[in-house]
Write a protein that binds this ligand. Structure first.
Ligand SMILES: [Zn+2]
Length: 202
């Protein structure tokens, strides 16, 4: 199975929301770990997020979204995972996964089931017809809102390592041995630099 991975936002003009922590940082931490773990399990993962080089030719969020979908489609991926974190009023909390097709729903459900095991409030899996990335990939796509970056409740239990394990288990059905995949902050920083992003870890 070939997986297209979208790290939400990550453009010079859109760094995502800023709550108790920055959405883009959290996306990168979880994505970096999940991609590594999926590759270790033998899955091919294409990170379709625009890179420094791409920013020479794209200049807007719509360009960025279109480019992600084009990369996924030309790589002929089998599924697409878009990683985000939510932001609202400090009170809202929990995890949710959006889909648009029935095949997307089948991908969303097991991921949500794993995320709620981490202790996040179950906001459910939801059909969302207006999200660009769910509508412009040939492969079924889902969008994960891992938790709320402005919720004290969520931030108290958020752990990138555990969340990446949950998502990998949800996608593959395979357990990830957390002990073998300890977060390597130096490697994470290198990864962030390679994509033109300065990681500020709280
Ligand atoms: Zn987002």
């Amino acid at each position: 199975m070939k997986i297209g991975w979208f790290r939400g936002h990550q453009t010079p003009w859109n760094r995502g929301t800023i709550g108790l922590r920055k959405e883009d940082d959290m996306i990168n931490e979880v994505s970096y770990l999940a991609i590594e773990k999926l590759r270790e399990l033998g899955y091919e993962v294409i990170d379709c997020t625009p890179t420094k080089e791409d920013f020479k030719s794209i200049h807007s969020t719509s360009d960025s979204l279109r480019m992600r979908c084009e990369k996924a489609n030309s790589a002929k991926v089998d599924i697409v995972i878009s990683m985000h974190f939510n932001y609202y009023n400090g009170k809202a909390h929990g995890c949710e996964v959006f889909y648009v097709s029935n095949n997307g729903k089948k991908i969303a459900k097991p991921i949500q089931d794993e995320l709620i095991k981490l202790g996040f409030y179950n906001r459910g899996i939801k059909i969302h017809k207006k999200l660009y990335v769910l509508n412009h990939t040939n492969a079924p796509a889902i969008l994960i809102e891992g938790c709320f970056c402005d919720s004290e409740k969520d931030m108290a239990i958020f752990d990138a390592e555990k969340m990446s394990n949950a998502i990998v288990k949800g996608i593959t059905g395979k357990e990830v041995n957390a002990e073998e995949n300890k977060m390597d902050i130096e490697a994470l920083k290198k990864f962030a630099e390679s994509i033109g992003y300065k990681l500020v870890k709280k």
